[in-house]
Design a protein around this ligand. Structure first.
Ligand code: VAH
Length: 322
């Protein structure tokens, strides 16, 4: 990776990934793009372009002008929003992916796009979910993730495009608010705990889901993209996770800092149904063996950092964090 173009740069992963890649490769080497511009650091600290990823011509022209050798394609509609408008989700998630893959093919770029544990369905083994197993999701987001994994495989085998991807769990970050996912509760709970000392969860107690702290997710993308291509057997869909938690386990970790933290429940049936489709805990053997995946944050280490960073933001009035 030398000259990188990122789509969806203002999203939850994009905000942290742009910052990290610019630290490593230099501001000018990392072009951030998104459908809109904001005062976010991704727009201010280096090159930024407005891009509708479903516009194939724009995607190609912007990548070519940047002389990109790597495309990191993050723009997508997440699970809860996708269930609200499945047709839009299909157009954006698959149309944008196809534009990105065609651009990567024509410009000989390396290509990364995330899959998700949402690529598994209710018939998939829930504990220790294997790298290769049944994938029959009943959400539009999950369908687009399975189709995306297969499309990226196709571009590798048909055209030799160096496509790579990770099946991410829920990702937790203090930098960017979540954007329409089902696991967003695991971000909101920290923001609410620090700002108000209480949170009402839309996901039921006992609903265990895989999660990962954003610094580990960003490091995983960079490690995978720099790995030896000849060693990647599962290249577009590596299972990665750091922990399996439910609202109660996160609350217990938060109470190590905020002893009076109160957790209540108002279950959202739509997002609860989505969450119950997903694994409790996935197996990461292939990632560890094929490209050296590891994590630096367990639940308590993540909580320590989240509470510290969000408290700093609250005290300095940096952002409205609740
Ligand atoms: C979502 N955060 O909730 C995303 C993620 C595994 C969940 O793909 O839709």
């Amino acid at each position: 990776m030398k000259r990188i173009m990122i789509t969806g740069a203002l999203g939850q992963i994009g905000c942290d990934l742009v910052t990290k890649l610019r630290q490593i490769y230099g501001n000018e080497a990392v072009l951030a793009t998104d459908i809109r511009m904001t005062d976010n650091d991704a727009c201010q600290s280096g090159p930024f372009k407005i891009l509708d990823v479903t516009n194939n011509t724009s995607f190609y022209e912007i990548a070519s002008e940047h002389r990109a050798d790597t495309i990191i394609h993050l723009a997508a509609l997440l699970s809860a929003k996708a269930e609200h408008d499945p047709a839009l989700a299909w157009r954006l998630n698959m149309g944008g992916l196809l534009s990105g893959l065609e651009t990567a093919r024509e410009l000989s770029c390396q290509f990364f796009t995330p899959s998700s544990i949402a690529a598994f369905g209710s018939d998939t083994p829930k504990k220790g979910t294997p790298q290769n197993t049944l994938q029959r999701p009943h959400t539009m987001y999950g369908v687009s993730k399975v189709a995306g994994e297969l499309l990226c495989d196709y571009y590798f085998y048909k055209y030799g495009v160096d496509t790579r991807g990770l099946r991410f769990p829920g990702l937790i970050s203090h930098s960017a608010p979540p954007g329409g996912g089902t696991t967003d509760y695991a971000v909101d709970i920290y923001r609410a705990a620090v700002s108000a000392g209480r949170y009402t969860s839309y996901i039921k107690e006992g609903t265990f889901l895989d999660m990962m702290y954003m610094p580990d997710a960003v490091r995983s993308i960079i490690t995978l993209m720099e790995a030896d291509s000849t060693k990647l057997k599962n290249r577009n869909a590596f299972n990665v996770t750091a922990m399996s938690v439910d609202p109660e386990t996160i609350a217990a970790s938060i109470r190590r800092h905020i002893p009076d933290f109160v957790l209540r429940y108002e279950v959202d049936p739509i997002r609860q149904k989505i969450a119950e489709e997903w694994p409790d805990s996935i197996d990461t053997t292939a990632s560890r063996e094929e490209w050296g995946f590891d994590v630096q944050y367990d639940l308590d280490h993540m909580t320590d950092d989240m509470v510290s960073k969000l408290t700093q933001k609250l005290q300095t009035g940096q952002t409205k964090i609740s």
